[in-house]
Design a protein around this ligand. Structure first.
Ligand code: BGC
Length: 448
């Protein structure tokens, strides 16, 4: 990955350490696809119990995101990430050492709780620490780590699968959790949060530590001006002046999920088997291929996000989602299970994931960390994040039922139709935030 050199190296350290939260998000959501096969056997689980184990992390995430919004205000960004690391470690130990299915579920809910919280605080923290010109790159490092986590979990699953060592599959996540907790102890708090708490001197010192003197001075004055009128006041977030940014965050949260990404991330082996493929191993290998494309294209996205901008990437990527979903539907419609169908499906899934990785994947999390005024940033991000996890849960639990009722072709076409709505939503509502300072973006809503 190419990192611009003219910035102080500390900001890369800050982004990389805090984005370990993203690695855990990706790992803990991805690992269950392999581990569940063995947990199911060991504990003789019914279908319903299996679904509960898989979905428990999503339930946890909804509540984690719900509560974190408030805590970003009281505790600050840094302490919350440390708390998240602690919960990650506890959830990992609980689920990996569990002797009963309810303990596994409890552990997974805890993990979900940490994921829900860090999935919003990490982008928020990085966004507030970044120089505007490379904010897209730095915040999207979190998405790079999410996709790396998913990919690594597939590889770890493959490695331990031969002996069915599911406790190891779940357990290795303890290492990044410890790293995140210890690493964060050494990083500074967000100067924006400090200024909002009235801690001017500390905020100033941190800004001068992480930015050039010129940018630090500019940001210090601008943030001060932004927070001064309503310092320590927590305005209600549901009011007219915040309406458009709220709609943008909530809409994009829903579209990121209901265009179907996690039907592929969570069920790829099953989709490959629908094409007539017999071998489990090849299905899992092909899934690892999907994970790799996701990671590589996210790396491409982070290079482009601050150059081309958020809007063009979103519009292009969502166009790609539409195309690949229609192709996928068509191939299931006109061909019966065969090796040819297997290949076409693989190409469509790669194309789909690549399109997501350069658009909705990183840019949803980036935009919700940029578009909200400081006074409501934490809580508004929390609303968008909760909606994202709820939509994720709904898609995950309805996918197989949809396939059962509508058939494969119409199910993928349905997601395809949704991408048209998503494209129009982006075209008409999403502003370009490339290169603008957070306070400039905040001001632009007032001007509207
Ligand atoms: C989404 C996740 C998804 C992941 C895939 C994230 O941005 O929020 O739901 O599993 O991307 O890369």
């Amino acid at each position: 990955m190419v990192l611009p050199r003219k910035y102080h190296p500390i900001i890369y350290v800050i982004a990389s350490i805090s984005a370990i939260g993203g690695l855990l998000f990706g790992y803990d959501t991805g690992v269950v696809s392999g581990a569940i096969l063995f947990i199911r056997e060991d504990f003789h689980l019914s279908d319903l119990q299996t679904e509960i184990v898989v979905a428990s992390i999503l339930f946890g995430a909804i509540f984690g995101a719900l509560l974190t919004g408030r805590w970003t205000y009281y505790l600050g960004r840094k302490k919350l990430i440390i708390l998240g690391a602690f919960i990650f470690a506890a959830g990992t130990l609980l689920s990996a050492l569990a002797q009963s299915i309810s303990t596994i579920i409890g552990g997974r809910i805890l993990l979900g709780f940490a994921i829900g919280g860090t999935s919003m605080v990490v982008p928020l923290y990085i966004s507030e620490m970044s120089p505007p010109k490379i904010r897209g790159l730095l915040v999207s490092l979190n998405q790079v780590m999410i996709t790396a986590g998913i990919f690594i979990s597939y590889l770890v699953n493959l490695y331990f699968a031969e002996y069915g060592l599911w406790r190891y599959m779940l357990g290795v996540a303890i290492l990044p959790a410890i790293l995140l907790g210890i690493g964060m102890l050494f990083l500074p708090e967000s100067p924006r949060w400090l200024l909002r708490q009235g801690l001017e001197n500390r905020a100033r010192a941190i800004l001068f530590y992480i930015h050039s003197a010129e940018l630090a001075e500019l940001e210090f004055n601008e943030i001060k001006m932004t927070v001064q009128p309503d310092q320590r006041i927590r305005p209600p977030i549901f009011q007219k002046k915040y309406f458009i940014p709220l709609i943008i965050g909530i809409g994009l949260a829903i579209f990121q999920q209901i265009t179907g990404i996690n039907t592929i991330i969570y069920y790829a082996p099953l989709i490959f088997k629908m094409t007539g493929l017999q071998s489990n191993v090849i299905a899992i290998l092909a899934t690892a291929g999907v994970g790799l494309v996701n990671l590589l294209m996210t790396l491409v996205a982070v290079q482009l996000i601050d150059r081309i901008g958020r809007r063009p990437l979103l519009l292009f990527g969502v166009g790609g989602l539409f195309f690949s979903l229609w192709m996928l539907g068509l191939s299931f419609f006109i061909t019966s299970p065969s090796p040819l169908l297997g290949w076409i499906t693989a190409i469509c899934l790669f194309l789909f994931v690549a399109s997501f990785a350069i658009s909705l994947g990183p840019i949803f999390w980036l935009l919700i960390s940029e578009i909200y005024p400081l006074a409501i940033r934490g809580r508004a991000m929390s609303v968008a994040t909760v909606v994202n996890w709820v939509a994720n849960l709904l898609v995950t639990v309805t996918f197989l039922t949809l396939i059962g009722h509508l058939g494969k072709a119409y199910t993928f076409w349905l997601y395809g139709i949704i991408t048209i709505g998503c494209w129009l939503f982006i075209y008409f509502l999403i502003p370009e935030t490339k290169g603008r300072r957070l306070e400039e973006i905040e001001q632009s809503w007032k001007n509207k």
